[in-house]
Write a new protein. Structure first.
Length: 469
């Protein structure tokens, strides 16, 4: 094998006790993808020969999430050193670089990983470690450096001396190890520490004892922080959001209040689009160029064409496909529907399981009645249709090109092209009836009201006051 061959080992078998969760820790999400997914993406960017994920027994969901990466099972979760050992058979005679990543560090960027690999090779180090300087080193392992600046040991926080605890350079968990040495170093780890675990971090001191060199690089804590608790999950989410917003803005998107916009890792927004405050993007959203998304819209699984307007207060759900120049306004919900170019639905509508042709205008309050209590049905609306206010379109139903639907109609049968359809009670007008109605009721109410209001309140209020005295 060449000196540049690379295998990535991702440790994901930990119980994640501090998450207090029924789900494995690495399946928790930031920016709508699992922690493990983010780590796998960083690994993939390095084009490694092998990617092996270490999972715990029964963690089928983690193994599925890892695909197409290979997985090996760590039978008993006895520490990070034991987890690496679980991949011994799978790695076989691999003697290139082994990059160890922890499945709970979702913000790692491939640039830092490349720097680490270069550093290890440059010094022919047995182990190279990424260090970071968090404001609160807390429970992170500390990197103990020798006088010459090389790495001497990693000491877990629980096992630190007072002096070691003051060290600000911490172990991010990311390590590059010489594959030729890996398992001889692992074999020498013992569990003689405060947690009785086999710490991977001990291989540094073991390598030094054997006269081997160990190196470190530093990377920003924003890229290296681990997720061990719900609070750290929220920190990681915030850091990821900052990164995603910065990326979108660098690609030409305006955010009026970036800190209030939430993106998914796969959100794509075209240049010259403007996103107002408090807009949330769920997974699988693609937005075209020059789109305006005013405040408080929630968009998931939707495709939006160029120069569309979506919001304020719009809700696009999976399968909403909006062509160019579509306008979706306040309190309009669109699901599993295709809206052709120039369609307008500007107020208070539900468009579900439908297709709507070019330039059709959907009036305020229009509802596609897509569900009959058992199954969903489609509404097909042609082009240049005018749907009057408050129409109910009972699916399955088809409305032809150029038709007009009268306001307030309940449409239960197909409407041919260019027809006018009215499905409501005929209006009745009775001249002067309102006036006579008011006069009749005014005279009937006038007399009895006077008697009742004069007597009853006087008695009720007077009695309790006397009793109290
Ligand atoms: C670890 C490091 C610590 C470092 C920190 C960075 C060790 C001993 N300590 O501590 O120096 O500062 O990460 O975030 O390595 N795992 C397994 N099998 C196990 C135990 C853990 O696969 O038996 C996996 C976990 O799923 C996790 C990763 O290894 O993805 C790290 O384990 P975790 O328990 O989070 O270690 P930390 O206490 O954070
Ligand atoms: Mg951790």
């Amino acid at each position: 094998m060449t000196e540049s061959s690379l295998a990535v080992l991702i440790l994901a078998a930990g119980k994640g006790t501090r998450m207090v969760s029924d789900r494995p820790k690495v399946m928790h999400e930031i920016a709508h993808r699992s922690l493990l997914h983010h780590v796998l993406e960083a690994a993939k960017a390095l084009q490694p020969e092998r990617v092996i994920v270490v999972v715990g027994p029964g963690m089928q969901d983690v193994a599925d999430e890892a695909l197409p990466a290979e997985t090996v099972v760590q039978a008993h979760q006895r520490g990070t050193g034991d987890a690496v050992n679980a991949a011994r058979d799978a790695l076989g005679s691999f003697d290139g670089d082994v990059l160890v990543l922890y499945g709970d560090t979702p913000l790692i960027a491939s640039a830092a990983l490349r720097r680490l690999l270069a550093e290890r090779r440059k010094h022919n180090a047995a182990v190279a470690v990424v260090g970071m300087r968090p404001t609160d080193p807390g429970v992170y392992g500390r990197l103990v450096l020798a006088a010459d600046g090389t790495l001497e040991a990693i000491v877990e926080a629980a096992d630190c001396t007072e002096a070691q605890r003051k060290i600000t350079l911490c172990n991010s968990g990311v390590m590059a190890i010489d594959g030729k040495r890996l398992f001889e170093l692992i074999a020498a780890i013992s569990d003689g520490n405060s947690k009785s675990e086999y710490y991977l971090t001990d291989i540094v001191a073991i390598a030094r004892e054997r006269g081997l060199r160990c190196a470190t690089i530093e990377a920003p804590v924003e890229e290296m922080m681990g997720v061990n608790s719900r609070a750290e999950l929220a920190h990681a989410e915030a850091a990821m959001q900052r990164r995603l917003r910065a990326k979108a803005m660098a690609a030409g998107v305006t955010f009026t209040a970036p800190e209030t916009v939430f993106l998914s890792v796969d959100t794509h927004i075209g240049k010259d689009s403007i996103v107002g405050p408090f807009v949330v993007f769920g997974p699988e959203v693609a937005v075209g160029q020059g789109v305006v998304i005013p405040a408080f819209s929630h968009i998931t699984g939707a495709t939006i064409g160029d120069h569309a307007i979506v919001g304020p207060f719009a809700r696009l759900r999976p399968g909403a496909v909006l062509a160019d120049n579509v306008h979706i306004g306040n309190f309009v919900e669109v699901k599993n529907s295709t809206l052709a170019e120039g369609v307008k639905a500007n107020h208070l509508a539900y468009l579900g399981d439908s297709s709507i042709g070019e330039r059709t205008n959907v009036g305020a309050g229009t509802i596609t009645c897509n569900y009959d209590g058992f199954a969903k049905h489609r509404t097909t609306i042609g082009r240049d249709v005018f749907i009057g206010t408050n129409a109910s379109l009972v699916a399955p139903v088809t409305i032809g090109d150029g038709a007009i639907i009268g306001a307030g109609s309940v449409i239960t049968a197909d409407v041919p092209a260019d027809a006018l359809a009215l499905g409501r009670g005929r209006q009745v007008v009775k001249k002067a009836r309102a006036k006579t109605w008011r006069a009749k009721h005014a005279s009937a109410k006038a007399a009895p009201k006077k008697k009742k209001t004069a007597k009853k309140p006087a008695k009720k209020i007077a009695k309790p006051k006397k009793r109290k005295r």
